[in-house]
Ligand binder design. Structure first.
Ligand SMILES: [Zn+2]
Length: 276
C-alpha cells in the first residue's frame, strides 16, 4: 500500500503534467468494473467545465483541486495514474478528459487492479470525510511541534511504538514499510511500549521520521509489489531499506541478521543489536 513518499511522488508527477496550464475538465468516462466506493455519474458531472487548479496531498490522499470542488482519491492497495495513454487497458476505471485554452488535451486515467482505491467529491476541505481526525503532516510540521504532539500521544498508549507510530492520529502517511525503517534509523526497538519512550527518544524519532520520509520522497518512494507513480515511474528507495524486507540478511550497520516479527498482524523488521 502506498505510504506518504509514494503518494507525494504521484502528486509531484501529476502537477508536472498540469504545469499551471489550467486544464478544464471536459468529460469523465467510466470503463471496466466499478470501484468499491466512488461518486455517482451525476456527482462527477458536477465537476465538468471546472478548471483543475492543481493536485495536493493530505495524509495518503490525493486532492484534485477544482474551482468549486475537491476530488479526493485514495490509491488503496494498487491504484495508479497514467497521462495520455494510447488506449485503455484491463483494470482502468476512469478516464478524465481535459482541455486548456491553447486547445491542448490531457487525458488522466485511473487504474486499480484490486479496486480498494476510491474517490470522493466535496465542496470544501472541511467536508472531506476521509480527511477528518488526522494527525499532523510529518514533513510540513516543525520538529518541536511534532515532538510535543507525539510525546503527548504516546504517553496515553500502552501498545508498542511501531503500532502507535502507524496510527494516523500520531502522524499521517506512515505505514508498515516506513514505520520499520524510521524505528531502525532512530535506534528504537519496535516492541518498546510507546508510553515508556523518554523525551530524548521521541526527539530522535522525530528526526528519523523526517529524514527517512524526506529521502524516500527524493528517491521516488519504494516500489514494492503494486506501487508505480504516474506513467509507471518506479521509485528506488527500496534499495536503501535498512530493515524492511531484509529478514535474515546482515544488518547494514552491525552485520547481525535482521529479524522479522509480526505486530498487530503486520510484519515488522528490526535489528536486535542496533535497536534498544
Ligand atoms: Zn544492526
Amino acid at each position: 500500500m502506498p505510504e506518504l513518499p509514494e503518494v507525494e511522488n504521484v502528486k509531484i508527477q501529476l502537477n508536472k503534467k498540469l504545469q499551471d496550464l489550467r486544464f478544464q475538465l471536459m468529460a469523465v468516462e467510466w470503463v471496466g468494473k466499478p470501484l468499491r466506493k466512488s461518486p455517482s455519474a451525476q456527482e462527477f458531472h458536477s465537476l465538468l467545465g471546472q478548471k483543475l487548479l492543481g493536485v495536493s496531498r493530505r495524509a495518503k490522499y490525493l486532492l484534485f483541486r477544482f474551482e468549486t470542488s475537491i476530488l479526493l482519491n485514495s490509491l488503496g492497495m494498487s491504484g495508479s495514474w497514467k497521462a495520455n495513454p494510447q488506449s485503455t487497458v484491463l483494470h482502468d476505471h476512469f478516464v478524465f478528459k481535459f482541455k486548456n485554452t491553447n486547445s491542448d488535451f490531457l487525458k488522466l486515467v485511473y487504474n486499480d487492479p484490486r479496486r480498494f482505491g476510491f474517490f470522493e467529491i466535496h465542496k470544501t476541505w472541511q467536508h472531506l470525510e476521509s480527511a477528518k481526525n488526522l494527525g499532523p503532516e510529518p514533513l510540513e510540521s516543525e520538529p518541536a511541534f511534532l515532538q510535543k504532539h507525539l510525546q503527548k500521544f504516546f504517553k496515553a498508549k500502552t501498545q508498542n511504538v511501531k503500532s502507535a507510530l502507524m496510527n494516523p492520529l500520531a502522524v499521517v502517511g506512515v505505514g508498515n514499510i516506513y514505520a520499520s525503517e524510521i524505528l531502525f534509523h532512530a535506534g528504537i526497538r519496535p516492541q518498546k511500549n510507546a508510553g515508556r519512550l523518554k523525551s530524548k527518544q521521541v526527539q530522535r524519532l522525530v528526526q528519523s521520521l523526517q529524514s527517512v520520509l524526506r529521502e524516500a520522497v527524493d528517491r521516488g518512494g519504494s516500489t514494492i509489489r503494486d506501487f508505480k507513480s504516474l506513467d509507471s515511474i518506479l521509485g528506488n528507495y527500496q534499495d536503501q531499506h535498512f530493515v524492511y524486507g531484509r529478514a535474515s540478511k546482515p544488518c547494514r550497520i552491525c552485520g547481525s541478521p535482521i529479524r522479522k516479527t509480526v505486530q498487530a498482524g503486520r510484519s515488522t523488521f528490526w535489528c536486535q543489536h542496533c535497536q534498544k
